[in-house]
Design a protein around this ligand. Structure first.
Ligand code: NDP
Ligand code: GDP
Length: 340
């Protein structure tokens, strides 16, 4: 069989990098795209040692013409749409851009596939944020969506339009509803990496204290490297179907902080309540973490907990890394690359 060709949008992001690494191990030819950036954001592909193994192209998701150009240049077997304005907090300040990229961007790709080659298999990166204010204790593929941010609402659009193109045009178009997944390659603005990087900066004398928002929100956190394998498995199924990918365990941010300080060997104590709650370093009595009310979101998702039974039975996918191990992986690598 000839080599398969895959398009990964959002190649410079966390999942784009891990998915590219995984597909390369399966001998795929990979075209990776993101928007033009003056910052040059290849550090993830560089760290994985795969920057020169993919073909890089610019493709702004806001521009239909740019998408069509790439689809005319290459013959894709599989398309993984990972590009998005992916940060919930930013979506409240940039709701129009978020809707255009995270929502309408999906439609631009689907329209292109529909007009160029309906045989291309399409994966959409849906999100557990779509469940929002949850209506069931554990969320699966049939749980009602109740989004609470412009990001989540845009993802709901992407989710339903993917479903609609699958049904209307007989396309192999599926969504993976992925719960939060983290790694040393996670963006610094997301809470797990922010906490770990912040604590290491404090230990190195490069930061006085870390400011956080709602530390009582709970998330179902898994390891990104394992989650990208599920994306690929979904496109290898006989029939197109959506799947929830999660660990089924949920913890609050405070628990994540405690695991991190423990692993770093810090002796700490929580004092105060509400916005006055603080984490103190018992060694020198200094504050390590403070609450900044400005970091609270206008509308919060308090708890998410997935039920990935379908993925376990149909895809043979199971999460292998628990939160304690994930914290260790993230901290070890953060220390290794700190200031390099
Ligand atoms: P990242 O934020 O790390 O990566 C997003 C990617 O999209 C980056 O390559 C970014 O480029 C690119 N991008 C942003 N805007 C545009 C645009 N206008 N045109 C083209 N490309 C653009 O996200 P993750 O890798 O963590 O997540 C991958 C996908 O999965 C996203 O769609 C996310 O919303 C979704 N998801 C993620 C979850 C998680 O826990 N990680 C959970 C559920 C869903 P640049 O580098 O220039 O910003
Ligand atoms: P999300 O689940 O996609 O929004 O992932 P994040 O990592 O951005 O946020 C997870 C949870 O952590 C949310 O409930 C946030 O409100 C909460 N949180 C608390 N403090 C912070 C903070 O300083 N930064 C971020 N990003 N999230 C925070």
């Amino acid at each position: 069989m000839s080599k398969k060709t895959a398009l990964i949008t959002g190649i410079s992001g966390q999942d784009g990098a891990y998915l590219a690494q995984f597909l390369l191990s399966k001998k795929y030819k990979i075209i990776g795209t993101d928007r033009r950036s003056a910052r040059g954001n290849n550090w993830r592909l560089n760290r994985l040692g795969i920057l020169n193994k993919i073909i890089y192209e610019e493709m702004e998701l806001g521009e239909l013409y740019e998408i069509q150009k790439i689809f005319k240049k290459y013959r894709f077997d599989e398309v993984y749409n990972l590009a998005a304005q992916s940060f919930v907090a930013t979506s409240f300040n940039s709701p129009l851009n978020t809707s255009n990229i995270t929502g309408l961007g999906v439609l631009r790709i689907l329209e292109t596939i529909k007009s160029i080659n309906k045989k291309i298999k399409f994966y959409q990166a849906s999100s557990s944020e779509m469940f929002g204010k949850i209506t069931e204790e554990r969320q699966n593929e049939n749980t009602s969506l109740n989004p609470q941010s412009p990001y989540a609402i845009s993802k709901v659009f992407g989710h339903y339009i993917t479903d609609n193109y699958r049904k209307s045009y007989n396309m192999f178009a599926v969504s993976g509803i992925l719960f939060n997944h983290e790694s040393p390659l996670r963006g610094e603005e997301f809470v797990t990496r922010k906490i770990i990087l912040g604590l290491i900066k404090i230990l190195n004398g490069d930061l006085k204290y870390l400011e956080l928002g709602n530390i009582y929100a709970k998330r179902d956190w898994g390891y990104a490297k394992e989650y990208v394998e599920a994306m690929w498995k979904m496109l290898q199924q006989k029939k197109p179907k959506d799947f929830v990918i999660s660990t089924g365990k949920t913890y609050d941010i405070k628990h994540f902080i405690n695991l991190s300080t423990n692993y770093l060997g810090l002796k700490t104590k929580w004092i105060g309540k509400g916005i006055n709650e603080k984490l103190i370093n018992l060694k020198n009595s200094k504050i390590i973490i403070k609450i900044n009310p400005q970091l609270f979101r206008p509308s919060e998702v308090n708890v998410l907990k997935g039920n990935s039974s379908l993925a376990r039975s149909k895809l043979g996918w199971t999460p292998k890394t628990n939160l304690k191990k994930l914290v260790k992986i993230m901290i070890d690598e953060e220390i290794k690359y700190y200031k390099k």
